[in-house]
Design a protein around this ligand. Structure first.
Ligand code: ZN
Length: 300
């Protein structure tokens, strides 16, 4: 089976790999089921809080078991690791990719620490992909009360300096994206908008795969344009968490006397799966579902 690096390098223009965060088996089942049905590669993300809840080695083994049993391109990313210790723990557990995020530091310090992390992680697993981040895209993938105040967009010049100095495999720029959603984004009244021109400039300056973090609540057309401009991975988390909660509530209220988890939880699996399916269709097939054929996993 193709590795994640190969998939990112060979993906046709206009196609991005969906990255979906999981906190539990409900979310993992939903992400895998949607990707498997559409027959497109997928990345499962586990951030620090999610890894702490799931167990670093436990989630690594769950994802590996799906990949092996179904011979399917499902990969695991350690999302937002803020320390080298955490990154090393994930690399040793078998994660396919690591987001080493010290973007809150000044650029020079960020470069120095990320370069060290790249060297340390590649020494553990030479095929691991390391992603670095510059600029400000906020923190929590949750519902925020206050409007986002984006202070630091990534510039093409600093992106090039950062990629050249650190030798990261993947760059996460700040281009209008932001973690979490406002209430008005959950209802769909407001959409996040992206700086497409900046994405194209950063791509042309760096020539590396680019990840869009905080994709939840982004305008569909902006997502399509961003992918065409050079985004290769799109992260969706908050939209899944909203669907997870709605599904849990549905499963409980429709069966007020039920106590069997596997009769309650499928409601959440189904709602999360619907979100993942619609996002994967957008990322892989663009505007017209008929315009691209699903890639088969055996394809070379
Ligand atoms: Zn993120």
């Amino acid at each position: 089976m193709q590795g994640l690096r190969h998939i990112l390098e060979q993906a046709p223009n206009g196609v991005a790999v969906g990255h979906f965060n999981v906190s539990d088996l409900v979310l993992l089942k939903a992400v895998f089921a949607a990707a498997h049905e559409l027959n497109v590669p997928v990345i499962v993300g586990a951030s620090k809080g999610e890894r702490d809840f799931l167990g670093v080695r436990q989630i690594a083994n769950l994802v590996r078991s799906l990949r092996e049993e179904f011979d399917f391109p499902i990969f695991l990313n350690a999302d937002h690791t803020h320390s080298l210790t955490d990154a090393i723990e994930s690399a040793k557990a078998g994660f396919d990719a690591i987001v080493f995020d010290v973007s809150s530091l000044p650029l020079e310090k960020n470069i120095r620490q990320t370069k060290e992390a790249v060297e340390a992680l590649k020494a553990i697993n030479s095929t691991i992909l390391v992603e670095g981040e510059i600029g400000d895209i906020g923190t929590g993938s949750e519902i925020h009360e206050e409007a986002f105040n984006v202070s630091r967009f990534t510039t093409p010049a600093e992106a090039k300096e950062y990629v050249d100095s650190t030798r990261i495999d993947i760059l996460a720029p700040a281009v209008g994206n932001m973690h979490g959603m406002l209430k008005s984004m959950v209802t769909g009244e407001l959409k996040k908008r992206l700086d497409i021109e900046r994405i194209a400039q950063i791509k042309s300056a760096t020539q590396v795969p680019l990840t869009l973090h905080g994709g939840s609540g982004t305008d569909d057309d902006d997502l399509r344009k961003a992918i065409a401009a050079g985004i290769n991975i799109v992260h969706i988390n908050t939209e899944l968490r909203v669907a997870w909660r709605h599904g849990m509530e549905e499963g409980l209220t429709k069966q007020p006397n039920e106590v069997v988890p596997y009769k309650i939880l499928p409601f959440a699996v189904e709602l999360v799966k619907q979100v993942v399916r619609s996002r994967l269709k957008l990322f892989n097939f663009g505007a017209d579902p008929m315009s691209a054929l699903p890639r088969t996993k055996k394809e070379n």
